[in-house]
Ligand binder design. Structure first.
Ligand SMILES: *Cc1c(COP(=O)(O)O)cnc(C)c1O
Length: 435
């Protein structure tokens, strides 16, 4: 399969798109054309790795990895992705639990797939590939977990010291020797500038073979489309209906993967983007003007995005706002609404939701009666509430049990190296730790 940049560069094959992450012209890679499927194509696929193998095999055409697709997918989905029916008085509503991976959020899926692919393509014990990640909290943990202990691969995680939660810090700092955790004496923007400066430094780049694992890599999106395929197929077989999805949305990577699955013919009904108070997408649908802006801080912090990068992909694939708003709905949820949704979820469903997931449960409750009863609904749970216990526990008035993987991670010894936010400081620590 050929991949082109949204701005025109290409073609490249999957391997090259995975290696580069972003195209040379600054655009994002998309397959030239999407394969098309019918429900019957998945008749023999029982488990999620099997569904994924049917769905993703065409994307590997021309890749060195083609013969290894099944193994890559078994590695990626080492944990379940169940859809649990909710006890509601009207209709058929489920929660798609994307939080059973090692760091208890959906980013484990994309990071795991990317790690499985890149280590096969580029892993080298003599000259390891070094993944540089700047993180404001969640992404770094998922990437570190995915590359932990992989031979021939290293990760350097840069996070702003004192500006991530205690549990997040632990998830960034508890890995084996091939993960170097760097607490930067600065803000997230400093971490990001450092990564950019390091990548742009030719001699440093030759020495360490830098690569990135950021959320615009096509390798993060492809595996995400498979849990939408799996959940929609299961639902369709059970009910004969195409379920509607409500998806907590920030940079639009997770929702894009769902829309891509629908474009490929999977039985998916309406898709609703649930955003927090960052209204860039909501305003675009209302006014038809695309006006990216600085992000606002909200309780659903992993969705604090004022310039969602994957909109460039969505516009390329489907069209501009006048077309998009006929195919998608969007809701913007305030912090007050997030808080009250967390409380109601706990009372009505009997379990806690994380602040991101609460944007979806709020949006579902807020539907008009006609839309609510016209469809079966799958609400997407993007993280486990125990990751955001400082927000959720006071609202529900009780403590949340940790999922076993997270409990194990939190019990490990943590280590991190403190560095100043300068390229010489980063260079020195990389020489010492990765020489
Ligand atoms: C990253 C993240 C999101 C937003 O996903 P996008 O792909 O950026 O839209 C939502 N919830 C959680 C918990 C996240 O970590």
């Amino acid at each position: 399969m050929e991949y082109y940049s949204t701005r025109g560069d290409g073609p490249v094959n999957l391997d090259e798109a995975l290696r580069r992450g972003i195209a040379c012209d600054g655009g994002l890679f998309l397959p030239k054309a999407l394969p098309e499927f019918r429900v019957a194509d998945f008749a023999a696929a029982e488990s999620i790795p099997e569904v994924a193998a049917v769905l993703l095999r065409p994307f590997f055409a021309g890749s060195e990895l083609l013969d290894d697709v099944e193994n890559i997918l078994v590695e990626t989905f080492s944990f379940p992705v169940p859809a649990t029916r909710l006890a509601v008085s009207d209709g058929d509503v489920s929660l798609l639990e994307l939080y059973h991976g090692p760091t208890a959020a959906f980013k484990d899926v994309g990071a795991g797939f990317l790690a499985a692919c890149l280590s096969r393509l580029e892993g080298s014990v003599d000259s390891p590939l070094t993944i540089l990640v700047a993180t404001s909290g969640d992404t770094g943990g998922a990437v570190a977990a995915a590359f932990d202990k992989r031979p021939g691969m290293r990760v350097a995680v840069l996070f702003p010291d004192g500006r991530v939660s205690e549990r997040q810090a632990q998830q960034l700092c508890c890995w084996s020797d091939n993960v170097v955790s760097l607490k930067v004496q600065g803000a997230f923007d400093d971490c990001q500038s450092l990564v950019k400066a390091a990548m742009a430094d030719t001699s440093l780049n030759t020495e360490h073979r830098f690569s990135s694992a950021n959320s615009i890599n096509i390798g993060r999106l492809l595996p995400q489309s498979t849990y939408y395929a799996d959940a929609s197929l299961r639902h369709y077989r059970r009910t004969g209906n195409k379920p509607a999805f409500i998806i907590p949305t920030g940079n639009l990577g997770n929702a894009f993967a769902c829309i891509m699955a629908r474009e490929m013919g999977l039985p998916i009904g309406p898709v609703v983007l649930a955003t927090n108070a960052n209204r860039t997408i909501a305003d675009y649908f209302e006014t038809l003007q695309w006006l990216p802006r600085a992000s606002l801080q909200t309780l659903a912090s992993a969705m604090d995005v004022g310039d969602p990068s994957n909109m460039e992909r969505l516009r390329k694939m489907l069209g501009e706002a006048d077309v998009l708003r006929e195919q998608l709905a969007v809701s913007s949820v305030s912090d007050e609404q997030i808080e009250s949704a967390i409380k109601r979820d706990y009372l009505e469903f009997g379990f806690a939701t994380c602040p991101h997931t609460a944007t979806a449960t709020h949006t579902w409750r807020d539907l008009d009666d006609e839309s609510r009863s016209a469809h079966d609904w799958i609400l997407v749970a993007t993280a486990h509430p125990a990751k955001f216990e400082t927000i959720v526990e006071p609202l529900i008035g009780t403590t949340i049990d940790l999922p076993p993987d997270l409990e194990e991670i939190l019990s490990r010894p943590a280590k991190a190296i403190s560095i100043d936010p300068t390229l010489p400081a980063l260079t020195e620590v990389l020489r010492e730790r990765c020489g």
